[in-house]
Design a protein around this ligand. Structure first.
Ligand code: NAP
Length: 293
């Protein structure tokens, strides 16, 4: 697909605010989507200092931009400036996408939906009735745990280096969604059995991410079995050590590029009101993969 995006006086604007923003792949992703679909919408990124967050948000509203993404360190602080925040985003305590309609600010979190769409598309299966082990207890783990619970996971295990953070997510998920949960520290051997018996294993830590590519998220890697699905939210490198070991054991493995892509597609759908056809989305994914790899 050809990417063409000519800016004119009629061009609508979406953007990213955060600090830093220079490393972000969102401008490439969203401008690729606009170019491929022929939508007159341009995406740019603004580094915003902490003391300027409120004036930046007021400015975006005054300029009538379509909406914006929010990244570190403002995903939580932005909630105070919004007129409405989605239930999912409130549960996650983080907003990464804002749409401006009639001067009102609506906040969403697209990470969970991005993860879910990637998981279903790339594994051909879902979470219903499955036992799911999530390693990590940060923002990504929270989004994944909420979505897996919403989509009917039978049991969710939260495994983290700092067990208190795993406990918080486990309690939040069981209290709000009634899903059976358990948490465990990577300092206890119990996690090894949990990882060996779960249907789905997800690394949601940053362990193994470039440049620390030798790292794995647990002190001892589990004995993978070939019927397990192993997902790693990291996309740089495209194959972490954790995924490579799972692949050797014959597991179905997926990296985080799809999650990154689909969370962006969902944000794009929120801003434009478009419901992108699956065949088009697959073409876009291929274009995105060519740019990223
Ligand atoms: P976060 O909130 O800072 O949480 C980081 C998590 O990783 C914590 O559970 C932390 O454990 C754990 N961790 C960090 N270094 C570790 C190590 N060496 N060994 C074991 N555990 C370690 O970060 P986040 O926002 O959840 O992001 C986590 C990862 O997901 C990052 O690599 C990020 O790039 C990726 N991500 C990908 C996507 C995507 O679209 N593919 C979306 C969001 C995030 P403690 O609690 O013990 O500190």
């Amino acid at each position: 697909m050809e990417m063409e995006n000519k800016v004119t006086g009629k061009t609508k604007v979406v953007c990213l605010i955060g600090n830093p923003v220079e490393h972000s792949v969102s401008p490439v992703l969203h401008n690729t989507i606009s170019g491929c679909l022929g939508v007159d919408l341009v995406y740019t990124a603004f580094r915003v200092d902490k003391e300027c967050l409120e004036s930046a948000v007021k400015g975006l509203k005054a300029l009538n931009v379509v909406g914006f993404n929010v990244t570190v360190p403002y995903k939580k602080d932005i909630i105070g400036f919004l007129d409405h925040t989605s239930k999912e985003a409130l549960l996650m305590g983080a907003v990464n996408t804002v749409k401006i309609t009639d001067g009102r600010l609506y906040g969403y979190n697209t990470d969970a939906e991005g993860f879910s769409r990637s998981f279903k598309e790339e594994t051909g299966t879902g979470f219903a009735g499955k036992s799911v082990a999530i390693i990590g207890a940060g923002g990504a783990a929270r989004a994944i745990a909420i979505k897996a619970a919403m989509e009917g996971a039978g049991k969710i295990y939260l495994i983290n280096r700092t067990p208190e953070k795993a406990r918080d997510i486990a309690e939040m998920v069981s209290n709000n969604m009634g899903t059976s949960t358990q948490y465990c520290s990577t300092g206890e051997d119990a996690y090894i059995d949990i990882l060996a018996k779960c249907d789905i294993l997800i690394n949601s830590t940053s362990a193994g991410m470039f440049p620390h590519t030798d790292e794995v998220p647990v002190p001892r890697l589990p004995v993978f079995s070939k019927n397990q699905i192993v997902y790693d939210v990291i996309y740089n490198p495209s194959k972490t050590r954790f995924l490579a070991e799972a692949e050797k054991a014959g597991c179905k493995t997926v990296n985080g590029l799809g999650m990154l892509f689909y969370q962006g597609v969902y944000a794009y759908e929120i801003w434009t009101g478009m419901n992108l056809p699956e065949s088009k989305v697959r073409d876009l994914f291929q274009s995105f993969m060519r740019i990223k790899t």
